[in-house]
Design a protein. Structure first.
Length: 215
């Protein structure tokens, strides 16, 4: 038996399927469907149930052991996410490398040394970087400029002393993370600043002896 439409054209099997799909796609047939958010929630819930069921077959304590393992994994993921996110946040925070209080590089060096001796690494890093910044201003490597950030200082020092570019850039990143990103400092962080300052001292001293670029 072949069905025909009003115009006399026969309805094939594929045509009937297409017509049925068009009809069923109308909104009237889907008013009571679950929302996409609810469908996603239910899918996630089913996935967690399957995961717990699968793990419980091999975990000590059955379902309780599987739940404990799952919670431990979630805690680990949360810690890793927080740590990575924390590092990313600290790298984008900047502020003036020198504070408003006028001090000499010698004063700042003594402050940094005292903080390092007491293992107050946060204070030591901040003071040592500020000593570096004040020192390059005092020696005319860069011009004095209030409000200069550590990154800006690094760029200016790199322009004057290209050999020290990478070292002072690393020092600036460490300073910003500690001073403005609330990232805890360590002895190694302090050493980054010290290494940059030592390299600047050697390069500047060598140029003065050669009479190159001395001001």
């Amino acid at each position: 038996m072949i069905l025909t439409v009003a115009g006399g054209e026969p309805i094939t099997r594929d045509g009937a399927r297409a017509a049925a799909r068009r009809e069923l796609s109308k909104g009237i047939y889907h008013r009571d469907d679950e929302s996409w958010a609810l469908r996603v929630f239910n899918a996630v819930q089913r996935w967690i149930d399957r995961l717990i069921h699968s793990v419980s077959k091999h975990a000590p304590g059955g379902g309780v052991g599987a739940l404990a393992l799952l919670l431990a994994a979630m805690v680990l993921v949360a810690i890793v996410w927080w740590r990575v996110g924390f590092v990313r946040r600290t790298t984008s925070v900047q502020g003036p490398v020198l504070g408003g209080r006028a001090r000499t590089s010698a004063d700042l060096l003594r402050e940094a040394a005292a903080a390092a001796l007491a293992e107050r690494w946060d204070d030591a890093v901040v003071a040592r970087m500020r000593a570096l910044a004040m020192s390059v201003e005092e020696r005319g490597i860069v011009d004095p400029r209030p409000g200069r950030t550590a990154d800006e200082l690094a760029l200016e020092v790199a322009s004057a002393l290209p050999v020290a570019a990478d070292a002072v850039r690393s020092a600036a990143t460490a300073f910003d993370a500690v001073a403005y990103g609330n990232r805890p400092a360590e002895h190694a962080t302090y050493d980054v600043i010290v290494s940059a300052a030592d390299l600047i001292d050697r390069e500047h001293h060598g140029r003065r002896l050669l009479g190159v670029g001395a001001r």
